[in-house]
Design a protein around this ligand. Structure first.
Ligand SMILES: Cc1cc2nc3c(=O)[nH]c(=O)nc-3n(C[C@H](O)[C@H](O)[C@H](O)COP(=O)(O)OP(=O)(O)OC[C@H]3O[C@@H](n4cnc5c(N)ncnc54)[C@H](O)[C@@H]3O)c2cc1C
Length: 343
């Protein structure tokens, strides 16, 4: 009797039922594996009132996109409190940093907090968040991004918690699938991997051709690492009259119309890479649904042998349970009763 994996990786076409079983099994592994990677215990700090060690001053705001069709993306620079501590992770290396931002209670809702990727500038003791500002919908929406979109420069924002996740810094061939604002989480690993000699390919999915952000930073990498870095934009709702294009001035960048699908994934990530080996790690950043659908495509495109999958998928760039990750920690340690200053 053949297992669903054997069915998946034999070259025979398989039936809808077999395919659905395979996908169900993959999703089960993902729930177990990815959950261990991302769901780290919280510190309890988000339930407490803000204190000097968890308040970050908004230093500046830059509006990166502001077209009429998509929510704007803002780059927000915050100062770190003097007492802030970056959590231990990854054998002394910097991990993928996330902070939790808590918006003040609204009349209809408390505990409004959400995670964001944080980009640290340790020399200036500041960090950037790139936030897509969604208009606040109806209750029970949290509306944290709407709050961040309206905070005045020089005001303080409650950042109760921070965490760092370990990832494969020594990877040699990495495919990143970045949906919309998810590119913020992709850029830093891409830069570090290229510095270390890896080959990196990014699929950057957006709805409209004027949605992509961080293009200057991405194009610097295309110029610095010709041949080792390539970038493909997938635009799902191109304007009428626009055509599939490759950017004539920069080698390695091109644009195609349509969503990321199995064919796109195979075209970009399939076959042998420059060093004669196949793709080593994937990193997908978007909503849970987007990330899961890419993992399903990886299976269907047979870019990874799912028969080897046990628990956390080893083909993901974040190490999950195989790494040294921090838990969610208070941005600054709690002051002892002696040190606490009455305000
Ligand atoms: C680990 C992690 C890191 C993250 N990093 C970032 C980051 O760096 N930058 C960033 O902008 N976001 C990031 N997010 C997403 C972020 O945490 C929030 O989910 C997002 O800001 C929406 O929260 P909200 O409270 O503003 O929206 P809600 O109050 O939940 O929703 C407000 C309105 O926006 C709509 N909406 C909410 N989310 C989406 C969506 N994804 N697509 C379409 N419509 C939506 C809702 O339907 C609603 O109408 C990250 C998420 C995770 C899990």
């Amino acid at each position: 009797m053949s297992t669903s994996y054997e069915i998946a990786f034999s070259k025979q076409p398989f039936t809808m039922i077999q395919r659905n079983r395979m996908m169900g099994r993959i999703l089960l592994y993902l729930l177990v594996g990815v959950a261990t990677c991302f769901d780290t215990l919280d510190s309890g700090e988000a339930k407490l009132p803000s204190r000097p060690g968890t308040l970050c001053k908004l230093q500046s705001r830059e509006v990166l996109t502001n077209n009429s069709t998509t929510p704007a993306v803002h780059r927000l620079r915050f100062s770190l409190p003097l007492t802030a501590q970056i959590p231990e992770c990854c054998s002394g290396e910097t991990g993928m940093l996330h902070v939790r931002v808590k918006a003040p209670d609204a009349s209809d809702q408390t505990m409004r907090f959400n995670p964001y990727s944080a980009h640290l500038d340790s020399s200036k003791r500041s960090f950037d968040l790139l936030v897509k500002i969604y208009p606040r919908g109806t209750s029970p929406d949290l509306g944290v991004s709407a709050y961040l979109g309206a905070v005045a420069v020089n005001d303080y924002v409650h950042v109760p918690e921070i965490r760092a996740l370990d990832w494969w810094r020594d990877s040699k061939r990495v495919g990143l699938v970045c949906f919309g604002v998810g590119i913020t989480e992709c850029l830093e690993p891409a830069k570090l991997l290229l510095q270390e000699g890896a080959e990196v390919r990014i699929l950057y999915a957006n709805r409209h051709s004027d949605d992509p952000i961080l293009l200057d930073e991405l194009r610097v990498l295309l110029v610095e690492y010709p041949g080792r870095f390539r970038l493909r934009h997938c635009i799902s709702r191109p304007g009428s009259g626009s055509v599939n294009e490759s950017n004539p001035s920069i080698d390695g960048e091109r644009t195609t119309h349509g969503r990321v699908d199995i064919h796109v994934l195979k075209e970009e990530f399939g076959g042998m890479w420059q060093d004669g080996d196949v793709i080593q790690h994937f990193f997908m950043v978007g909503t849970v649904e987007m990330e899961n659908s890419v993992i399903g495509m990886v299976a269907q495109a047979q870019l990874f042998d799912f028969s080897k999958l046990r628990g956390h998928p080893m083909f993901l760039l974040p190490k999950g349970p195989y790494g040294i990750n921090s838990k969610w920690a208070a941005l600054s340690p709690q002051e002892s009763a002696d040190e606490a200053v009455e305000l």
